[in-house]
Design a protein around this ligand. Structure first.
Ligand code: CA
Length: 149
């Protein structure tokens, strides 16, 4: 599981990062079985959050990407964004990767200024793809990469 920051400012109205799922197993894995969680503290309080996938090369593009926001608890996390894929996104062959998937979110009214420094998954030092244990990966609901907060 690789992550890179896109928006590295400590304060932003638009949280933005990208990830790349690497298949280190011995079989092809349907992307629809996988979910990626980005953990953060939400400064928007009651405001609705909107998700955008600006780029992915999987079949169907951003139309094959799903998402949900959920409440959570833990160090530097009271919410997570979970990104997944429809069956149309296809599979990752053994030894291959999903390719870059960009994720971005903001409050619906675009008024909330988020503090990123207190977000569990935020790492401004990773400006290009690197393994990141704070962005967690699940296969059919089971944690297979990283450490939850
Ligand atoms: Ca925060």
């Amino acid at each position: 599981m690789q992550y890179a920051v896109i928006e590295s400012n400590g304060s932003t109205k638009d949280i933005k990062y990208k990830f790349n799922i690497v298949n280190q197993g011995t079989v092809s894995v349907p992307l629809s079985e996988l979910k990626v969680r980005y953990w953060f503290t939400d400064e928007s309080s009651s405001s609705q959050l909107d998700f955008v996938c600006d780029y992915t090369a999987v079949p169907g593009g951003s139309g094959s990407v799903t998402h949900s926001f959920s409440a959570a608890s833990g160090m530097n996390a009271d919410h997570y964004l979970e990104v997944g894929f429809l069956a149309a996104a296809g599979s990752i062959a053994m030894g291959a990767s999903s390719g870059e998937v960009q994720a971005r979110f903001h409050s619906s009214n675009f008024q909330t200024v988020f503090t990123q420094a207190n977000d569990y998954s935020f790492d401004p030092t990773k400006t290009s793809f690197q393994d990141a244990l704070t962005v967690t990966l699940y296969a059919n609901g089971t944690l297979i990469w990283g450490t939850e907060p």
